[in-house]
Write a protein that binds this ligand. Structure first.
Ligand code: G1P
Length: 287
């Protein structure tokens, strides 16, 4: 099951990065020189997705501008001889990759955001990527999940061990081990109350799902925080179809909060030749 469609739920408020996210959607805040969202988009394209569905609301219309061609800017850059930069802008989405924008008029949860994309998903397997989660791995996490879902059939999601004290912030997975990094999911609980989590394995915002999850979502009552939860739908799906959880090692930055965003910027800057020396110098001065 290799998904051709990728869904990006991007209607969230971004309250943890205010006031920066007041006029600029948090997904467009830069991690180095590109918006946070661009990292998840590239991960989806690398995994073979060709239709990118952004589920947004009226506060996030700047995302449409970001993916539109900026013809005047491209022309000016080209006229100024900055051909590589003009070409980079033109190829933000490569040939054959299409963006679709869907409205989520009410903030009814992640499961509801996925339901809003159902007309574009149109009965096909699909990926869901939560762009706040910047994941760096080789192969990229979504590609590893796609390979897993293709080899075994069924759904797949990425998980990572988190400290016991943080389990109430995540969807927590429990299941039967099939290998050192692989589980067959038997349960997934969204934001379990402290002390009640079935494990310490948290969903980290990458999913490959079959179209059969859509009718499950349509019938789902509100769950944790009064929202339609994707985790609840996955728990129901796991009764009928195999769902796998992969804990492939990866670097993970939760860029929906300041410490994660800062840490992503620092780590990535240290890997860029032109920035590394400057960052190291600042860090050395702080010691
Ligand atoms: C969402 C999901 C949760 C997952 C988390 C990962 O929660 O509902 O299952 O563990 O993303 O970041 P949110 O962070 O939107 O509350």
């Amino acid at each position: 099951m290799r998904p051709e469609v990728a869904v990006f739920p991007v209607a969230g408020l971004g309250t943890r990065i205010l006031p920066a996210s007041k006029a600029v959607p948090k997904e467009l805040l830069p991690v180095l020189d590109r918006p946070l969202l661009q990292y998840a988009v590239e991960e989806a394209i690398a995994a073979g997705c060709r239709t990118l569905v952004f589920v947004l609301n009226r506060e996030k219309l700047a995302l449409v501008d970001y993916f539109d061609r900026a013809l005047l800017l491209e022309q000016r850059l080209a006229a100024a001889g900055k051909l590589a930069l003009a070409e980079d802008l033109r190829r933000l989405l490569p040939e054959g990759v299409h963006s679709v924008f869907v409205l989520q008029a009410e903030p009814l949860g992640l499961g509801h955001a996925v339901l809003c994309a159902a007309p574009v998903i149109a009965g096909r397997p699909f990926a869901v990527l939560l762009p706040d989660e910047l994941l760096i791995a080789d192969p990229p996490v979504l590609s590893a999940l796609a390979a897993l879902a293709e080899a075994r059939g069924g759904a797949a999601l990425a998980v990572m061990e988190v400290p016991e004290a943080e389990t109430s912030r995540y969807g927590i997975v429990a299941g039967a081990p099939l290998g050192p990094e692989l589980l067959r999911v038997q349960a997934i609980v969204e934001k379990p109350a402290p002390g009640t989590a079935p494990s310490r394995l948290a969903a980290i915002g990458r999913y490959i799902l079959p179209p059969s999850i859509i009718p499950i979502l349509e019938k789902l009552p509100p769950g944790a925080q009064g929202e339609i939860q994707l985790s609840d739908a996955i728990a129901a799906l796991a009764i009928a179809e195999p769902v796998y959880a992969l804990s492939q090692p990866c670097e993970r930055y939760d860029c929906g909060q300041l410490a994660g965003w800062l840490s992503a910027n620092l780590h990535l800057a240290l890997r860029r030749e032109e920035l590394k020396a400057a960052v190291l110098e600042v860090l050395a001065r702080l010691r």
